[in-house]
Design a protein around this ligand. Structure first.
Ligand SMILES: N[C@H](CCC[C@H](N)C(=O)O)C(=O)O
Length: 292
C-alpha cells in the first residue's frame, strides 16, 4: 500500500459519497477500487467523487464520478455538494467550477451552509438522452411494467441532465411501489442503451414532489440530486408544477429551480462523516487516527 491518498466519507441527504483527493497525481480511482470500497461497511457509497487537477482556464478541478458497480456517471448533484463543502473548508473559498463528463458545473456554498449546484441545461431529445428508438415526444414515452392491461408503472417522462433519467408519475404514496423489483428491469431495459436512473414521483402540490430513485449502477438510494432535477423539470414541462419546487427524497428536501435561462439549480446540504486514506488502485483503506 505504497500509494495512499486522502478521502472523506460524506453524504448529501443520505446519498453516500466518498470524496477522494487525486490532486497532484496522474493515476485514477480504478473500478476495482470502487467495487472494493462499495462493499465495506463504513465506506459503502453510492458515488465516488475523485478530485483531479485540470489545466483549463476558469476551471478549478476535474471530477471523475464512479458508481457502486465501478461504472462512470456524467453528473452527481449530491456528490458535487460534498466536494464543495470539502474544498470550502480546506480553502475558505465559497464557489468552484468543475469539469465532469456532463460538462462544466459551477457550485457555491452559502452563508447558511447550504450549497447550490448549477446542474446545467436539460436535454429532451431522444437520441441525446439516449433512447434506442425515436420518440418525438419525451414527456411520456411508451414503456410499462406490470400486467399489460393494468400496468403498475407506465408512460414515464424522460430526459438527461448529464445522466439519463426516467420519471414515472404515480398517484399513490411513493413508498407503496416495489421499486426494488422494477428498478433493475427498467434500468436495463433495451430502450435505454446507456441504462438509466429510474424514479417514481408523486405531485403533492404545485410546488412539491415526493420522489424515490433506483440509481443506474447503484440501486435504491436515499437521495439522487440529478433525479430530483429531472423530476422537477419534467413536472414543470408537463404543467404538473411550477419551475421552483421542493423535491422530498427519502433523505430530506432538495430545492430545485429551473431558471428562465434554462439552467437547473439544485440547493441542499452536505455532511462530513469521517476521513481516511485509500489506495486508488485496490481500494485498501484506513481511517485517520482520530476516528480509528
Ligand atoms: N446520486 C447522483 C446521481 C447519480 C447518477 C448515477 N447513478 C448515474 O447516472 O449513473 C446525484 O446526486 O445526482
Amino acid at each position: 500500500m505504497g500509494s495512499m491518498v486522502p478521502f472523506a466519507k460524506m453524504n448529501g441527504l443520505g446519498n453516500d459519497i466518498v470524496v477522494i483527493d487525486m490532486r497532484g497525481r496522474s493515476d485514477v480511482v480504478t473500478p476495482e477500487a470502487a467495487i472494493a470500497l462499495a462493499s465495506g461497511e463504513r465506506t459503502g457509497f453510492d458515488q465516488i467523487m475523485a478530485i483531479h487537477d485540470i489545466d483549463l482556464d476558469g476551471v478549478d478541478y476535474r471530477i471523475d464520478i464512479l458508481n457502486r458497480d465501478g461504472s462512470h456517471a456524467q453528473a452527481c448533484g449530491n456528490g458535487t455538494r460534498c466536494v464543495v463543502q470539502a474544498l470550502a473548508s480546506e480553502t475558505g473559498r465559497k464557489s468552484f467550477t468543475f469539469r465532469t463528463l456532463a460538462g462544466i458545473v459551477t457550485a457555491e456554498e452559502h452563508e447558511d451552509g447550504l450549497i447550490s449546484v448549477d446542474m446545467g441545461v436539460p436535454e429532451f431529445r431522444w437520441d441525446r438522452i439516449p433512447l434506442a428508438e425515436e420518440f418525438f415526444d419525451t414527456t411520456r414515452i411508451e414503456l410499462q411494467v406490470g400486467p399489460i392491461d393494468a400496468p403498475v408503472l407506465h408512460s414515464p417522462s424522460v430526459m438527461a441532465i448529464g445522466n439519463p433519467h426516467a420519471i414515472f408519475w404515480v398517484k399513490e404514496d411513493v413508498w407503496s411501489y416495489d421499486l426494488e423489483r422494477f428498478g433493475p428491469l427498467l434500468e436495463n431495459h433495451p430502450i435505454f442503451p446507456e441504462r438509466a436512473n429510474i424514479s417514481i414521483a408523486r405531485v403533492k402540490d404545485g410546488q412539491t414532489l415526493d420522489l424515490r430513485t433506483w440509481e443506474r449502477g447503484v440501486g435504491l438510494t436515499r437521495a439522487c440530486g440529478s433525479a430530483a432535477c429531472a423530476a422537477a423539470v419534467c413536472a414543470a414541462r408537463t404543467d404538473r408544477t411550477g419551475r421552483r419546487v421542493t423535491v422530498n427524497v427519502p433523505g430530506g428536501p432538495l430545492h430545485i429551480d429551473w431558471r428562465a435561462n434554462n439552467h437547473v439549480m439544485m440547493t441542499g446540504p452536505a455532511e462530513w462523516e469521517f476521513s481516511g486514506t485509500v489506495d486508488p488502485l485496490t481500494g485498501a483503506w484506513q481511517a485517520d487516527e482520530v476516528d480509528a
